[in-house]
Design a binder for this molecule. Structure first.
Ligand code: ZN
Ligand code: ZN
Length: 251
């Protein structure tokens, strides 16, 4: 399934677990929740676009966070800690506006934001993502209990839409969260690490991918991505990348 253009498979994989939800573009702007003007093309309205913090160069070569000067390579956090993943990118830096949008997407059933988010990722980070030449997008999994409660995994919705746009297969089955961890936003750095340490497993003996891209909504310190990357690499994946909607502290 990971050869060539696999948009149909990606589409199916991204949607199968979502109870057949057909994700049409929202009728409102996913940031201000106002009815979109015709020229905003079903996406984020012009007014909100100007308020969001789109990440541009120079970026941290590790986590993709915006950095202040191109004379440095890494952000403050990445210069001081080692990551297991290879590299990552995100669309936005942290702002109240994007945080509220993602909150509604995650906790208030605004699944319809997924195609807009995926469009933004493809437009802002599509070239970097393609350059990684990975065989699969892997959404950061929810624990089964939380999945049951919420009814959908927001990361899987983004991965499904993104896979379709960039012609990359989506594998929702590979990585499993075997502990119901606390939300990382409630914890400090040390507790974040403990919280997700060994929380992810892979039940298959052989993992056929050499390079994969984890997909999540928010990247803060990288502990979740690293915990996933560790599980994947223990099963033979050589390089793990990530893409997230938003990067930064404040969550
Ligand atoms: Zn708006
Ligand atoms: Zn960084």
């Amino acid at each position: 399934m990971h050869f060539g253009c696999v948009s149909k498979i990606a589409k199916a994989a991204g949607r199968m677990a979502e109870l057949g939800a057909d994700l049409l573009y929202p009728k409102v702007c996913p940031v201000c929740m106002q009815i979109a003007a015709a020229d905003d093309n079903n996406g984020i309205c012009g007014n909100c676009k100007s308020k969001l913090k789109y990440i541009s160069n120079p970026r941290c070569l590790k986590c993709g966070k915006q950095i202040s000067s191109d004379e440095i390579q890494y952000c403050y956090d990445c210069a001081r800690s080692k990551h297991i993943y290879r590299q990552g990118v995100g669309v936005w830096g942290y702002t109240k506006e994007i945080s509220e949008s993602i909150y509604a997407f995650k906790y208030h059933n605004q699944r319809c934001f997924a195609p807009v988010y995926a469009d933004e990722i493809a437009a802002c980070c599509g070239n970097i993502i393609k350059s990684w030449d990975a065989q699969a997008l892997i959404p950061v999994p929810l624990h089964a209990d939380r999945m049951k409660k919420r009814g959908y995994n927001q990361a899987a919705l983004i991965a499904g839409e993104l896979g379709e746009k960039l012609c990359i297969a989506v594998d929702e089955e590979l990585l499993i969260r075997n502990r119901n961890t606390k939300p990382q936003k409630e914890l400090d750095d040390k507790e974040r690490f403990k919280n997700v340490e060994n929380a992810f497993i892979i039940e298959r003996n052989v993992v056929k991918y050499k390079k994969v891209i984890l997909v999540d909504d928010i990247y803060t310190t990288g502990t979740t991505v690293d915990a996933c990357a560790k599980a994947l690499m223990q099963k033979g994946v050589r390089e793990v990348y990530f893409v997230s909607l938003c990067i930064g502290r404040g969550f």
